[in-house]
Design a protein around this ligand. Structure first.
Ligand SMILES: Cc1ncc(COP(=O)(O)O)c(C=O)c1O
Length: 382
């Protein structure tokens, strides 16, 4: 059966990148690889919209999140963690694993945080050293108001804003320097259209100053050591050579498309997916939807896990279901990375057929028609 991958990571990898990664292995201390690292370093600065060095680490996105804690805090420091889904929770778990004391802002899953709550917490407790936030919460399909959060954190001496931008960068505008973000994390298997295994992280000057005083234990994820190496187009350890070669191709593709073009592509696909849900009479789970993934409430009487299973087993379409208390309640269709109009049409068509198979009465084609109407409205090329 032909397979269609519509998850938010891993995501499909374009042929151009696959071919680039299939080239013979490079020795990481030879000039050819160092040239490659130099190009990816420059490309990542462009993508993150920063003057800072963006470090490339072997590891999944969580490695960058781990590094964002252990390089900037000391044991017993207090952090403010915004928690409204699995990835917000992950910030809390990492902090607690390192003995960082957490104050949580718990946001109802499906909703975005009110930046005023961040402000109130910071005003109330001047001992807070860092705020850990998620730009795009993949587990609930929520886009948080990162700009609003940045506005209330920026300018506070001694408070860092550390951002999981893993499903945000390359999806919508996250200008690191303009918004004054201090630590920004990314993973390869998302908008960069690469296989999993490469983590990227950038830190502001304020964050590097905090790093000089931070005493949490670290070895593999010691960012200062990596910085000293990567400034010279070297790496502290054997890098993920093939992924970095793939990253060079990915960044070339994204540059050809332009940042605005990349964001517009995600916006079109997300809008069409949301319209399709409406066309099917289904509700969106998120009141503040991200352009990375669309979370759709499964209609009453239908088991969301059966929807995911049937789409995969009968039609070869992999989408994600809900996690924790959302298990069986939502399905999530991704549009982050290498997707086009027909991937969305395929997914929606598969969802319609699956819902019919499971006995839910829908008008075949109603979701696809809504998606097509949305595409017609947002089409820019002839
Ligand atoms: C928002 C967000 N944060 C963090 C992660 C964790 O990244 P990884 O699974 O690559 O460690 C993911 C990946 O699914 C994510 O979507």
């Amino acid at each position: 059966m032909k397979e269609y991958l519509l998850t938010a990571g891993p995501t499909p990898v374009p042929e151009r990148i696959l071919l680039a990664m299939a080239a013979p292995m490079l020795y990481h201390r030879a000039p050819a690889f160092m040239e490659c690292l130099k190009e990816t370093t420059e490309g990542l600065k462009w993508l993150f919209q920063t003057k800072q060095l963006v470090l490339q680490l072997a590891g999944s996105g969580t490695a960058a999140m781990d590094a964002a804690v252990c390089n900037f805090l000391s044991k017993g420091d207090r952090a403010l963690v915004v928690r409204g889904g699995k990835f917000g929770e992950r910030w809390g778990k990492i902090c607690q694993a390192y003995g960082v004391d957490c104050t949580f802002i718990d946001v109802e899953w499906g909703r975005s945080v009110d930046p005023q709550l961040v402000k109130q917490s910071l005003d109330k407790d001047p001992s807070i050293k860092a705020v850990y936030a998620t730009a795009s919460e993949t587990s609930t399909g929520v886009k948080h108001d990162l700009e609003g959060i940045a506005r209330v954190v920026r300018g506070r001496d001694g408070v860092l804003l550390c951002v999981d931008a893993i499903t945000a960068i390359g999806v919508f505008d996250v200008p690191m320097d303009d918004w004054g973000l201090d630590v920004v994390c990314l993973g390869s298997q998302k908008a960069l259209m690469l296989p999993p295994g490469l983590a990227m992280i950038a830190a502001s000057e304020k964050a590097w100053a905090a790093n000089a005083k931070a005493t949490l234990p670290r070895f593999y994820l010691d960012l200062l050591r990596e910085k000293k190496s990567q400034e010279k187009s070297e790496t502290a350890f054997t890098p993920a050579v093939s992924l970095i070669v793939g990253l060079r191709e990915s960044l070339r593709m994204l540059r050809e498309e332009t940042l605005e073009g990349v964001w517009a592509r995600h916006d079109r696909l997300a809008k069409a997916t949301r319209s399709a849900a409406g066309g099917l009479g289904l509700e969106l789970f998120s009141s503040s939807p991200t352009n990375a993934i669309t979370a759709i409430r499964v209609p009453g009487g239908i088991d969301g896990s059966a929807v995911v299973r049937t789409m995969k087993n009968r039609y070869g379409i992999t989408i994600a279901g809900g996690q924790d208390h959302l298990k069986g309640k939502i399905v999530r269709i991704a549009h982050i990375g290498y997707f086009s109009e027909f991937d969305i049409v395929t997914a929606i068509s598969g969802l319609e057929m699956t819902l019919s198979d499971l006995g839910y009465g829908i008008k075949p084609g109603s979701g696809v028609a809504a998606a097509q109407a949305s595409f017609a409205q947002t089409r820019t090329s002839p």
